[in-house]
Design a protein. Structure first.
Length: 405
């Protein structure tokens, strides 16, 4: 959309993460290299954000997530819409529809696989026809995983002449407060799954986001409490594997199965060595299972929502964001047994500080770095933005990608 007023509109700018994004955008693109505006449903709240951040001169746009006419007017003014309005299954569907039919490019922070699948089924044909490039999962879920695998596979091909047939991702460390928005999305997904047997089956399929006819059938390992020799410690399931692995497998399908039709991928959290590490792994696994079971029971869910879990709009303090970070290692093995590893790190808490920078740079990459002849459709961060986004993230978002010897 070359005649648009703006390169990017930040939609949902009054949300907790939206406010962090506006601060980052204001500082990062103060030179005018990206023309941007911010939008939401309440003019008063937008003005409050403008005053707090000091956004004098940056245009505010009022558009409710349920107002199709307002969303179309907004989309007509920009090349890219960056959306932070979640849970997306509740509030994000109409905007994706408008972008897909109008040719407006789109990126978001969702980690809701059931919603992504619905959007693909309903709107991929429209996006291909209009030229709209839709990229979900442009935050901590699932940029480090998707681009980490992309980075490692690229170097495996250069070094060995073949890709890794299996990759194990390990969260070595992760520090940051829980996200109220992420919790709200999880709660909604569990609510949907409780009453929908088909959805429960879908959520067990690691290839549920792959396009029809993908041909993948390799069984994927279910991570359990175990000692991981490569990490020299105990591991436990990682809650975000549920979305990250699906995005990685979709990337493989979209690039012609270049990781291999039998590619295997897993994620886990390293909990430490010795008896203490084993105890922590058990507590992590049991706690995750207890949370999912609790959310499935209405009275327990109500108690968790009202008294225990963070609410939408709540998040870590600025101090916690600055002191947070993550360190993730990927270890790959080729069909010949050759091994290669890389590390991806971030310098802010993953759920907010780093996520805000990742989404902003993904939107900038989508607006400026994708060739005009790339077709519309539902892409992944690795397949559409790839190496150029890695460059942006390392230069301006506090992430690092490095090979390990």
């Amino acid at each position: 959309m070359t005649d648009a007023n703006f390169d990017i509109i930040v939609y949902g700018a009054t949300s907790f993460v939206g406010q962090i994004i506006t601060r980052y955008m204001h500082g990062q693109f103060a030179d005018g290299s990206i023309r941007w505006a911010f939008a939401g449903r309440s003019l008063a709240k937008l003005q409050s954000v403008s005053d707090a951040v000091g956004l004098s001169g940056v245009e505010m746009i009022v558009a409710d997530a349920a107002d199709e006419a307002a969303l179309r007017q907004m989309c007509a003014r920009t090349s890219v819409v960056m959306s932070t309005v979640g849970p997306y299954a509740l509030y994000g569907s109409l905007l994706v529809q408008v972008c897909a039919t109008s040719g407006t490019h789109y990126c978001d922070l969702t980690g809701e696989p059931q919603w992504i699948r619905k959007m693909q089924a309903r709107h991929e044909a429209d996006a291909k026809a209009s030229g709209a490039r839709i990229v979900h999962c442009c935050g901590f879920d699932s940029i480090p995983s998707d681009l980490g695998v992309h980075f490692l596979q690229r170097h495996a091909l250069q070094r060995f002449g073949q890709p890794c047939e299996k990759i194990a991702m390990r969260v070595v460390s992760m520090k940051g407060g829980a996200s109220g928005g992420t919790i709200a999305s999880m709660i909604n997904m569990v609510k949907e799954a409780v009453g929908d047997a088909d959805l429960r089956r879908e959520l067990k399929d690691p290839y549920s986001l792959c396009p029809p006819g993908h041909g993948f059938s390799a069984p994927q390992r279910e991570v359990k409490i175990a000692h991981d020799d490569a990490s020299a410690g105990w591991i436990a399931p990682f809650i975000m594997e549920a979305i990250n692995a699906r995005v990685v497998h979709r990337s493989n399908a979209l690039i012609g199965n270049s990781y291999g039709t039998g590619f295997r991928y897993e994620e886990a959290v390293v909990t430490g060595a010795g008896a203490r590490g084993k105890t922590t792994a058990r507590a992590t696994s049991w706690g995750l299972n207890a949370l999912i079971l609790g959310l499935a029971v209405p009275p327990v869910r109500w108690l968790l929502e009202t008294a225990v879990l963070p609410k939408p709009g709540e998040g870590p303090s600025e101090k916690a964001q600055l002191e947070g970070g993550f360190d993730i290692v990927f270890r790959g093995t080729t069909a010949k047994g050759e091994t290669i590893a890389c590390r991806v790190t971030g310098d802010r808490d993953p759920g907010y500080g780093s996520t805000a920078k990742m989404l902003s740079q993904a939107a900038a990459c989508l607006a400026r770095d994708v060739a005009d002849d790339v077709p519309g459709g539902f892409w992944t961060p690795a397949t559409l933005l790839g190496d150029r986004l890695i460059e942006r993230l390392q230069a301006d978002a506090g992430l690092t990608f490095e090979l390990l010897e």
